[in-house]
Write a protein that binds this ligand. Structure first.
Ligand code: 13P
Length: 258
C-alpha cells in the first residue's frame, strides 16, 4: 500500500440485517475503533433500509462511512423499486457500490449501466465503488486482462481524472465471491498491477496513483495478512466474514495503516 492512499476495509452486508441488528453492530464497531486514531476508512455497504438510521449515528468525523449497494442512473421518474443518487445523498450515504457481480448475475447489470450509475453518483456527490472482475470461465480461457481492460474502458467512460480519484475500484474475481476460493497472491498482484497501469494510461500516472484499488472475494481473518502485503492492494472488500462483528474486527485490525 502506498502511504498517501488511505486503506479501506469494506463490509458488504448484501441482503442482511434488521434495524436493531445494524444499530447494535454499528455501536460496537464505533466503540472498538473510535479511540484507535488510525488512518483508514471503514465502509459499510448496507441495504437501503438501514442507510439513514446508520448515517445519523455517524454525524461528525469518523473512520466509518455508510454506502449503498446499488443505485439507478436517473435522478427520479417511473422506475418502480429503484432509488436514485440524490435520494442516497439525502439519506447520508457517502459511497455507493455499483456493478457488484451479484447485480451483474441476477439483475443483468452491464458495464454501460455501471458507467451511467457512476456518473449519476458523482453528480450527486456520492462516491462510486465500482466492482470489476472476471468469471471462472474467463480466467480459465486466459481472458482476465481482456475483461478488465473492457470493464475499465466502459465503466470509466466520460470520467475526468478527478472523478476517478473520488472512486474506489473493487476487484472481485467472480469465482472467488462467497466460494471460499480466495485468489492467490500472484493472481491478485497481477490484476491490481494491471488495473493501476491501465488507469495510468487512460487518465494520468498521478491520478491512477491516488486511486484506491481494493480486493474482494472470500477474504477472512486467516488470509488478510497475506492479502494486505500485496503491492497495489489498498484494502479489502469483505462479504460473509464481515457479518459477524468480532470476525470483521480481526480483519480491520490486521490492515497495516500508514
Ligand atoms: P465474500 O467475502 O462472502 O466472498 O463476498 C465478497 C463480496 O461480495 C464483497 O463485495
Amino acid at each position: 500500500m502506498l502511504a498517501e492512499r488511505t486503506p479501506i476495509v469494506l463490509s458488504n452486508w448484501k441482503m442482511n440485517k434488521t434495524v436493531n441488528q445494524s444499530l447494535d453492530y454499528l455501536a460496537n464497531l464505533m466503540r472498538e475503533t473510535g479511540s484507535q486514531g488510525r488512518r483508514m476508512e471503514i465502509i459499510l455497504c448496507v441495504p437501503f433500509s438501514l442507510i439513514k438510521i446508520m448515517a445519523d449515528k455517524l454525524d461528525g468525523p469518523s473512520l466509518i462511512a455508510v454506502s449503498g449497494q446499488n443505485v439507478h442512473w436517473e435522478d427520479w421518474g417511473a422506475y418502480t423499486g429503484e432509488i436514485s443518487a440524490p435520494m442516497l445523498a439525502d439519506l447520508g450515504a457517502q459511497f455507493c457500490m455499483i456493478g457488484h457481480s451479484e447485480r451483474r448475475k441476477y439483475f443483468a447489470e452491464t458495464d454501460e449501466m455501471v458507467n451511467r450509475k457512476a456518473l449519476a453518483l458523482l453528480k450527486s456527490g456520492v462516491r462510486p465503488i465500482v466492482c470489476i472482475g472476471e468469471t471462472r470461465e474467463e480466467r480459465q480461457l486466459e481472458l482476465t486482462i481482456n475483461i478488465l481492460e473492457k470493464q475499465l474502458r466502459v465503466c470509466f467512460n466520460r470520467f475526468s481524472a478527478s472523478d476517478l480519484e473520488q472512486t474506489v475500484i473493487l476487484y472481485e474475481p467472480r469465482w472467488a465471491i462467497g466460494t471460499g476460493n480466495v485468489a492467490n497472491s500472484d493472481q491478485i498482484a497481477e490484476a491490481h498491477h494491471y488495473i493501476r497501469q491501465e488507469l495510468q494510461r487512460l487518465f494520468s500516472p498521478p491520478s491512477a496513483d491516488r486511486t484506491r484499488i481494493i480486493y474482494g472475494g472470500s477474504v477472512t481473518p486467516d488470509n488478510i495478512a497475506a492479502i494486505s502485503k500485496i503491492e497495489d492492494v489498498d484494502g479489502v472488500g469483505v462479504g460473509g466474514a464481515s457479518l459477524d462483528l468480532p470476525n470483521f474486527l480481526k480483519i480491520v485490525n490486521a490492515i497495516p495503516t500508514p
